[in-house]
Design a protein. Structure first.
Length: 87
């Protein structure tokens, strides 16, 4: 059996579309926010010496979990399907 470009392109487009849809919903419904947290301690002029920063999910703490689970499930199924096809 010969593998055509459509045998590869259709699953790729489905997987890419599913990921784009989930990530777009995540961005619209629970966007990440940049947060900077200063450490204790200041210099001679009372300025903060160091801080920690990063992106966190805005709103409540568990808002990003459904999106992460959906992404993990879809991509894990894709990997398992690819391994079954390769076997």
């Amino acid at each position: 059996m010969v593998v055509t470009k459509w045998d590869v392109l259709v699953p790729f487009l489905l997987l890419a579309s599913a990921n784009i849809i989930i990530l777009s919903c995540w961005t619209a419904l629970a966007p990440l926010e940049f947060v900077r947290t200063p450490h204790s301690g200041t210099d001679s002029w009372n300025r903060v010496v160091s801080s920690t920063c990063g992106c966190r999910v805005g709103g409540n703490e568990g808002a990003g979990v459904p999106f992460l689970v959906a992404l993990a499930v879809i991509n894990l199924i894709a990997v398992l399907f690819a391994n079954a096809q390769a076997y």
